[in-house]
Design a protein around this ligand. Structure first.
Ligand code: AMP
Ligand code: MG
Length: 428
């Protein structure tokens, strides 16, 4: 059968293809987890306000509840007719501010009837049961109106959000002890290469330890998936085919290595033998050019039809990525292309790649033709973001990448980027 037809596309086109396929994917199930266990998971149910937020007219400052109209001339001195603390029982919360009166109030307490503003304690001096006020207030100032943040029954969170501390805070504030989240997709990881050995084996002088399965495993976990590390596949068709078939049973298969142009890069050939459909077989990027993306188990494409037009069968296809084996290429291509697919399998709403900008510290010279994602160090105090390339020896240099914290993005038409330029970066 041999190699599939070459389909090397631009970065943007590759990403468009990945996003388009990701849009068809759904998570495989749901489970109920404890609130704190839900961190990093994807919410599978809407969260509604079980009461008004805030549930009463909340004081936003420590100070004095007053009628704003009483502060027309300043300074003015008002009698303090009571005190309301946060959590105060109903009797004190039932106090009323009459014209010409003030009530001492603390942040988080219910504002008493009659008052329409709170003067911050910083603008007052209290003695002998009276308070001198030196600053006027607008009606409503420092009071958060009942239901102004959300009304009872309103949807606060939608399914598809990745739960972090903010979402967990919302769920906690509605009294949720457990949350329904989507099941983690199972992602098979297949490292390939005759030179690759397990990390608990002493490598011979010609051998390399399998770091890719572990970087991939960690990236899969961070993205909400459950990695399944398969045994290392040799560059030998029979065993490689067996392991590829095993990997295709998972929700997603990530293969590392064996997708370049070498004589023993057999991954694409075997996938083609398994009737896989290739959506692209390379992207004009560096590192990561040999990346392959495809699917398996969907209906065969009809004659003359491109794979992308093929309708998806009811029992939807399995997707695979053939990632270049160079460790940095493997890592970058996961960030660039695998994450949308993994996110969709986790049930997460699609998220665009977000590039930031930082000022380049020293000039970069490169060759044109490929969009580059080069490991770089982002630093600088406060709002002075500066970035420079990590000193690296190419896409095998994992130690340099570990010292980096982002990628500088260089468009394919630039051969020089001057120091001081604002360059796009992809945070890691
Ligand atoms: P390949 O994509 O198979 O041509 O591999 C490219 C380079 O990455 C070679 O130098 C491999 O030795 C190295 N490599 C491939 N797979 C791994 C792996 N699992 N862990 C570490 N290095 C790898
Ligand atoms: Mg190889």
């Amino acid at each position: 059968m041999g190699l599939p037809a070459s389909m090397v596309v631009s970065f943007e086109e590759a990403r468009r293809i990945v996003d388009e396929q990701a849009a068809r994917l759904r998570p495989q199930g749901k489970e109920l987890v404890g609130l704190l266990e839900s961190a990093g998971r994807v919410l599978a149910e809407p969260i509604h306000a079980d009461r008004d937020f805030p549930p009463f007219r909340r004081a936003a400052r420590d100070g004095y509840a007053v009628r704003a109209a009483d502060l027309a001339t300043l300074p003015t001195t008002l009698p303090i007719v009571g005190e309301i603390r946060a959590g105060a029982p109903a009797e004190s919360a039932a106090l009323t501010v009459q014209p010409g009166q003030a009530i001492s109030i603390m942040t988080g307490a219910p504002t008493p009837e009659g008052a329409d503003a709170i003067v911050m304690v910083e603008h007052t001096t209290a003695h002998d049961g009276r308070v001198e006020i030196r600053k006027s207030v607008r009606a409503g100032e420092n009071i958060v109106a009942t239901g102004s943040e959300a009304q009872r029954g309103e949807r606060l969170l939608s399914p598809g959000i990745v739960l972090d501390h903010t979402g967990i805070s919302v769920a906690a504030s509605t009294g949720r002890v457990h949350l329904l989240v989507y099941a983690r997709p199972k992602v098979a990881v297949l490292a390939t290469g005759d030179e690759i050995v397990d990390i608990d084996v002493r490598p011979g002088p010609h051998q390399i330890r399998n770091s890719n399965s572990y970087s991939l495993g960690a990236q899969i976990q961070a993205a909400g998936g459950e990695p399944i590390l398969l045994p290392i596949a040799p560059d030998e068709p029979h065993r490689l085919r067996e392991l590829l078939e095993e990997g295709l049973e998972a929700d997603l298969l990530l293969i590392a290595g064996g997708v370049s142009m070498g004589k023993y890069d057999l991954v694409e050939t075997i996938l083609a033998e398994l009737s896989a459909q290739f959506l692209f077989t390379g992207a004009k990027i560096q590192p990561g050019k040999p990346i392959v993306f495809g699917r398996w188990g969907a209906e065969e494409s009809g004659a003359g039809k491109s794979a992308a037009d093929t309708p998806v069968r009811q029992d939807s296809p399995k997707y695979f990525f053939g990632l270049p084996g160079n460790p940095v290429s493997t890592m970058v291509t996961v960030d660039l292309f695998v994450r949308p697919v993994l996110g969709a399998l986790c049930g997460a709403a699609p998220r665009p790649l977000i590039f930031l900008r930082a000022r380049l510290k020293s000039e970069i010279q490169t060759r044109t033709g490929l969009k580059r994602f080069l490991p770089a160090v982002l630093s600088g105090g406060f709002e002075q973001a500066e970035v420079e390339l990590a000193r690296w020896q190419g896409s095998g240099d994992i130690a340099a990448t570990a010292r980096a914290n982002c990628y500088i993005v260089i468009p394919p038409d630039r051969e020089k980027v001057a120091a001081g330029e604002w360059v796009p970066i992809l945070p890691r």
